[in-house]
Design a protein around this ligand. Structure first.
Ligand code: GLU
Length: 419
């Protein structure tokens, strides 16, 4: 893994960012006690019959951080570096993210520590189904709705939907989002995270007076979020000068041909060796002079030790938690404009919400309708966060957290305490 090593503890970052925003909000202690920590944590053993006949034990988690504003919502990650603390951090961020874009969900996340790149499709399917049955008591369209995340996709969601439905005895498409269209998925969901990232970058450029047509872009991580954001920025006339994935980094000062790069990655599985590009190191990639840097890999890739090398005007967090608080402080001092993750990448969960609504109503929207609604949500949320940033004179990350945490706090005050 070149660019995506997870170092440090993401949950410590999530707690520190919570406290910073809660302090500015002057949040009372009782409310902090009620909303800061996960409501429910489940760790499960997942025995799987591997292709060679032996049984391998995987460990998985589902963390429901909050159900204050609605059912818990959040993806499921399959990755070798999944830990319970990582899942707790990601679940926490989902709560504030759903509140920032004002959709009626709480936050959750799931994960299995595994290396799907070294597993067969059959092994991944059996692992997914056994995990689903292990977390079955927690999930459901009215309680907790999983979705794709790192190394999971619409096929994974189809298996979860099938396992859940077979157990209940009737089809329940609303138990997951990010499903294939033919099973009740929403048009526009698969590219929603990258599209949302693009809308927030457009808003940031308008705010800062940057012409997207003349902008240079660097993208760290070329999965679902990074590749779609790169494609839309390319279509808007920006020059994407460097891209990386876990196997390498490619660079061309005149701009990479993104549609061809996406095509090649689809065929061979990596961006390395792309024609008309030169190979650079992950450190060189982060240090490139550009207008917009899009970290779209994993947590903690930009930290106190490498943030000083950055030479970007905007950092658009397509990944969850790519910057540590130490990196935040350095970029803040250097006047870099950060579009924080819980705003920047909220397009995915926003269209997940649209999918859930369509499933509940059995009435489906066309793609343009989804895009228009998504654009409205992203632009409104950007403005809401920017207003707090300007009025309260706080960094964009704190402003986003204040908005999200403030909305959850308001809901918990109204619901008060049971019993
Ligand atoms: N995994 C995505 C995220 O981190 C989407 C979650 C969802 O759609 O529920 O926001």
């Amino acid at each position: 893994m070149l660019t995506t090593a997870v170092t440090g503890n993401a949950y410590d970052v999530a707690l520190e960012n919570f406290d910073t925003a809660a302090d500015v909000l002057n949040l009372e202690n009782d409310v902090r006690e009620m909303i800061k920590y996960p409501e429910r944590i489940l760790t499960v053993t997942i025995p799987v019959r591997m292709d060679d006949g032996h049984i391998h034990r995987f460990e998985g988690h589902r963390v429901q951080h909050s159900m204050v504003r609605g059912p818990a919502k959040g993806g499921i990650r399959f990755h070798p570096q999944v830990t319970l603390d990582e899942v707790k951090a990601l679940a926490t961020w989902m709560t504030w993210k759903c509140a920032v874009v004002n959709i009626p969900f709480g936050g959750a996340k799931g994960g299995i520590t595994c290396d799907p790149k070294r597993m067969s499709l059959g092994e991944i399917e059996r692992m997914t189904r056994r995990y689903t049955s292990a977390i079955l008591p927690l999930i459901g369209p009215e309680r907790d709705i999983p979705a794709p995340d790192v190394y999971t996709n619409s096929q994974t969601m189809a298996w979860i939907m099938d396992t859940f439905s077979m157990t209940k005895g009737y089809p329940i498409p609303g138990v997951v989002t990010g499903k294939p269209i033919s099973l009740g998925g929403s048009l526009g969901r698969s590219e929603a995270t990258g599209r949302g990232v693009f809308y927030t970058i457009q808003s940031a450029c308008e705010h800062l007076g940057i012409q997207l047509k003349e902008a240079t872009v660097v993208v760290q991580g070329f999965g679902n979020a990074g590749s779609v954001a790169a494609q839309l920025l390319y279509e808007a006339g920006a020059k994407v000068i460097a891209v990386s994935d876990s196997t390498g980094c490619v660079y061309n000062q005149n701009g990479l041909k993104i549609p061809e790069l996406i095509h090649m990655k689809g065929l061979v599985g990596h961006v390395r060796d792309f024609p008309e590009s030169e190979s650079i190191t992950p450190e060189q990639l982060l240090a490139l002079k550009c207008d917009i840097l899009v970290p779209a890999a994993l947590e903690n890739t930009i930290r106190g030790d490498n943030a000083r090398t950055l030479n970007a005007r905007i950092v658009a967090e397509a990944a969850n938690g790519p910057l540590t608080p130490a990196a935040d402080r350095i970029l803040e001092a250097n006047d870099v404009f950060i579009i924080p993750d819980i705003l920047c990448n909220a397009g995915g969960v926003t269209v997940s919400y649209f999918e859930w609504v369509q499933d509940e109503q059995h009435l489906f929207w066309d793609a343009q309708d989804v895009y228009n609604r998504l654009e409205r949500v992203m632009r409104t949320s950007f403005k809401d966060v920017l207003r707090i940033h300007e009025e309260r004179n706080v960094p964009m990350r704190i402003a986003a957290n204040m908005l999200g945490i403030g909305r959850v706090a308001e809901a918990v005050r109204l619901r008060s305490i049971y019993p």
